[in-house]
Structure formats: structure tokens, C-alpha cells
Design a protein around this ligand. Structure first.
Ligand code: 6GU
Length: 263
């Protein structure tokens, strides 16, 4: 996969040299290139922003440096059947989730446009639709100073789904959000630590019991921490055995939605 990132703080993206993503780059699985937006300016001060039309606080990123940068990215883009996807990190975007990470992981070419200040002149975004599939994306309902940290998060979430990036692909199956539920709690040696014992079932060697316990822990944890995710569980996909275990554990299906009836 090819990834281009355009930013006025290219040093921010140095973290992409590290860990699994850095290894994937070394191995040639990921081709990540970071570009300095200022290198696409033509004035002496390398200006990338100006005051907003209509007034208001803060500055807006000028359209022309973005057009120059994105044209350069397109000119260098490897030939591909699909046009590149331009991800524009913004608190005003659609919320990034694991489904979107999978969608992006299937693409050949992702380009990230890191805005700063109050955002990018909207005409640059509109203009980019001619050459890119444009996706304004948010990490969640809070405000960052710029898109760089969001890009680090998204590249990591997307990159680890690409075959060959995560050493053991099985670790992708049993993790939070893989099946719409949060992950079960995990433990390692010693079995007793500061008067706290690992749940007995995990030492039993009974793999069916362990799988059932972990599944119920997923439901309990999701009910505690993310009731919104619990309500989104497809209850028609639950097996009879699962439903029985869930009812015994204090859950029930009410109006088609999985609900916890007791604690
Ligand atoms: Cl993607 N960008 C910015 N600037 N702020 C955010 C965000 C993105 N997601 C949440 N807040």
C-alpha cells in the first residue's frame, strides 16, 4: 500500500518509522511518504494560511499550496485502477472506526491532508474531488490542534490490517471491535499476584469452558463500558447456547436489543 501524508509538521510523522509500521516500511509492505506543505509555497515567507473571509477567530489554510501539494502527489502516484483516497482529518468528519479501517486497508493508495488552524479553504477540498475520493474523517468528538496525531492513529489502525504487518494474523481476530464487542480481560504469570488470583477457569485447561467464559466477559465489559455497542449486537446471530448463557448471566433480548437486566 502507498501512503502519502502532507503536513506543515512532517517531523510529527517520524513515529511512522517505529514499531510494526516502521518494520512494514522496511519490509516494503508499506510505502509511506511524508511531504512538507510549505515546500509547495512560492512566496518568501512560505505562507500556508490567511485570515477567514466573513471574520472570526483563527486562520484558514490557503487553497493553492494544497492544490500544488496534491497535484505533486498525484503526479508521483503509481498507476492504479482506482483513484487515490484523500483522507482529510477533521473534527467535522465522519467518525473513524474499525469498519472504516478495514475499508481503507483494502485500498492501494491513501493520501492524508493534515490541516491545522481552523481548517483548509473548502475550495481546495472541492477541487480535490476531481482526482481523489475525498473522505473527511474524525477520530471522535473532541478537538485536536491538527490532523497529524489523527493520521498516526489511522495509519496504525489501517496498517496493522494489511497482510504481513502484524506477525500473527490470529491476534487480529480476537481483539476489541473485531466482532463488535470489547475484548475479554487477559492475564499472565504469576497465577497469584499480590493476593489477586487469575480466574480459575483460565487454569482449567478446559478450552470450551474458557471460550464460553471469555465470551461472557466480552458481553459484561461491553455492557459496562460501551452500552451503545451492546445495543448494536445482531441478536438474530446469537446461537441458542449463547442466548441461554447470556440469560443465565443476567442479559436478555428486549425489543430485539441485547440488554442487561441485572448486575
Ligand atoms: Cl481527525 N482532526 C482534528 N483536528 N481534530 C480531531 C480529529 C481530527 N478527530 C477528533 N478531533
Amino acid at each position: 500500500m502507498r501512503i502519502d501524508v502532507v503536513s506543515i509538521f512532517p517531523e510529527y510523522l517520524a513515529a511512522l518509522d517505529l514499531s510494526l509500521i516502521g518494520k512494514a516500511r522496511q519490509d516494503g509492505v508499506l510505502d509511506v511518504r511524508v511531504h512538507d506543505l510549505r515546500s509547495f509555497t512560492t512566496d518568501r515567507h512560505r505562507t500556508v494560511d490567511d485570515t477567514p473571509y466573513g471574520g472570526g477567530a483563527g486562520m484558514v489554510m490557503k487553497a493553492e499550496p494544497w492544490a500544488q501539494a496534491l497535484e505533486a502527489v498525484l503526479a508521483e502516484a503509481p498507476a492504479a485502477p482506482r483513484r487515490p483516497t484523500l483522507v482529510v482529518p477533521s473534527p467535522a468528519g465522519a467518525v473513524f472506526d474499525q469498519a472504516m479501517a478495514h475499508e481503507f486497508a483494502d485500498l492501494d493508495h491513501l493520501v492524508f491532508a493534515c490541516g491545522r488552524y481552523e481548517g483548509i479553504d473548502e475550495r481546495a477540498i472541492d477541487w480535490a474531488r476531481a482526482g481523489f475520493d475525498v473522505r473527511p474523517v474524525s477520530l471522535g468528538d473532541y478537538v485536536l490542534n491538527g490532523g497529524e496525531v489523527a493520521v498516526l492513529a489511522m495509519v496504525e489502525a489501517v496498517g496493522r490490517l494489511i497482510p504481513g504487518v502484524v506477525g500473527n494474523p490470529e491476534s487480529l481476530v480476537e481483539e476489541s471491535h473485531a466482532d463488535g464487542l470489547l475484548e475479554y480481560p487477559v492475564y499472565t504469570k504469576p497465577s497469584s499476584w499480590r493476593d489477586r488470583d487469575v480466574p480459575e477457569v483460565l487454569l482449567s485447561g478446559n478450552h470450551a469452558r474458557i471460550a464460553q467464559w471469555r465470551r461472557l466477559e466480552q458481553f459484561h465489559r461491553t455492557a459496562d463500558r460501551r452500552p451503545d455497542l451492546l445495543a448494536a449486537v445482531d441478536t438474530t446471530a446469537l446461537t441458542k447456547a449463547e442466548l441461554k448463557a447470556l440469560r443465565e448471566a443476567g442479559f436478555d433480548v428486549v425489543d430485539g436489543r441485547l440488554t442487561r437486566t441485572t448486575h
